[in-house]
Design a protein. Structure first.
Ligand SMILES: NC(=O)c1ccc[n+]([C@@H]2O[C@H](COP(=O)([O-])OP(=O)(O)OC[C@H]3O[C@@H](n4cnc5c(N)ncnc54)[C@H](OP(=O)(O)O)[C@@H]3O)[C@@H](O)[C@H]2O)c1
Length: 277
C-alpha cells in the first residue's frame, strides 16, 4: 500500500508515481498498464510529452476505475494565454479519455506572460471541476509566493527537480507551511544517483539497490512525493519496493553531506533558480 502524501485539500496523492517522459505510443501504454498492474496508482504526464493519448489508453486497458488512479498533467509554457490554456486543457482531457485530471500544473513559468490572467485561468479550471487540484512546476520561490500570497491561488503542489544531490529546503519548507506537496521530478538524477559512491555504500550495507536508497530518502520526507520514470517491470517493481527500505540516522547524515547543487534539468527556458539551500 502506498503512503498518501497529504490528505488535506482532498489531495490524496500517492507518494510514488510513475514518470512517463520520454515514453510515447505503445511503449508508454505498455509501461503504464504494467505499472498499474504492479500497484502504482499515480501517473505523471504532460501535454509536452506527447503521450497523454498513450496514457489514456493505458487507463482504459487497466480496467481500473478511473477514480482509483491519480493522474497529473501539465500545460506547456507557451500555451498560457487564457484561450490557449483552455484549449490545451481540453485536449489533455480528451487524450486521457477522462472527465477530469487529479492535478493540473503549469509546466514552466511563461515568458512575457500575463501572470494574473494565467493564474485566474488555472483557478477557473479547478473551479469548473476539470482539475481536482492545481499547482505549478519549476516556479522559483519568489514567484510561488506571489501566486499563493498575492493572488491567493489554492495551489496544492509544487513539482520541481529534487534528489539526493539537489537541495530544495526553502521550497519544501514553504510547501509544508502552506499545506502543499512537493513532487520530486528526476528523483534518480536520470540514473546518476545510483553512481554516487556514498549511495552505493549505503545500499550495500542494507542489501538493497542504490536507486532504492535515493527514492526512500525522498519518500520518507513529509509532504514529498516522487515520480521516477521506469519502463521495465524490474525497475518499476524495485522502485515501488523502496518503501520497504529502512534508512538510519547515519545514512541520512551521509546523504545530507553530499553536494546539493547538482541540477540535471535546466533548459534554456528555465527561470532563474533559487540558490540551492
Ligand atoms: N515538471 C518537469 O519539468 C519535469 C521535468 C523532468 C521530468 N519530469 C517528470 O519526472 C519524471 C522522472 O524524471 P526523469 O525521467 O527526468 O528522471 P529519473 O526518474 O530520475 O530517471 C529515469 C531513468 O532512471 C532509470 N531507472 C528508473 N528506475 C530504475 C531502477 N530501479 N534501476 C535502474 N535504473 C532505473 C530509467 O530507466 P528505464 O526506463 O530503463 O527503467 C530512466 O533511464 C519524468 O518521466 C517526468 O514525468 C517533470
Amino acid at each position: 500500500m502506498q503512503n498518501i502524501v497529504i490528505e488535506s485539500r482532498q489531495l490524496n496523492m500517492p507518494k510514488l508515481g510513475l514518470g512517463t517522459w520520454p515514453m510515447v505510443g505503445d511503449e508508454c501504454t505498455r509501461a503504464v498498464v504494467q505499472a498499474l498492474e504492479l500497484g502504482y496508482r499515480h501517473i505523471d504526464t504532460a501535454a509536452a510529452y506527447e503521450n497523454e493519448d498513450a496514457v489514456g489508453r493505458a487507463l482504459v486497458e487497466s480496467g481500473l476505475p478511473r477514480k482509483e488512479i491519480y493522474v497529473t498533467s501539465k500545460v506547456w509554457w507557451d500555451k498560457l494565454t487564457p484561450s490557449d490554456m483552455r484549449r490545451s486543457f481540453d485536449n489533455t482531457l480528451q487524450a486521457l479519455q477522462s472527465e477530469y485530471v487529479d492535478l493540473f500544473l503549469i509546466h514552466w513559468p511563461g515568458k512575457g506572460w500575463d501572470l494574473v490572467r494565467t493564474i485566474e485561468t488555472l483557478i477557473s479550471i479547478k473551479e469548473q471541476g476539470g482539475a481536482r487540484n492545481i499547482g505549478v512546476a519549476n516556479f522559483p520561490l519568489p514567484l510561488l509566493r506571489e501566486v499563493v500570497e498575492v493572488m491567493g491561488a489554492p495551489l496544492a503542489v509544487i513539482q520541481v527537480e529534487y534528489h539526493v544531490s539537489l537541495a530544495q529546503r526553502a521550497l519544501l519548507q514553504y510547501a509544508r507551511e502552506h499545506d502543499m506537496a512537493l513532487t520530486a521530478y528526476s528523483p534518480l538524477m536520470r540514473n546518476k544517483a545510483a553512481e554516487i559512491p556514498a549511495i552505493r555504500r549505503i545500499a550495500e550495507k542494507h542489501g538493497v539497490l542504490p536507486t532504492q536508497i535515493a527514492l526512500k530518502w525522498l519518500l520518507e520526507q513529509p509532504n514529498v512525493a516522487a515520480v521516477p520514470k521506469a519502463s521495465s517491470r524490474a525497475n518499476q517493481s524495485s522502485n515501488l519496493a523502496s518503501f520497504n527500505v529502512q534508512l538510519d540516522d547515519d545514512d541520512r547524515a551521509v546523504i545530507a553531506s553530499l553536494p546539493k547543487d547538482q541540477r540535471v534539468v535546466s533548459p534554456e527556458y528555465a527561470p532563474q533558480w533559487d540558490p540551492p539551500t
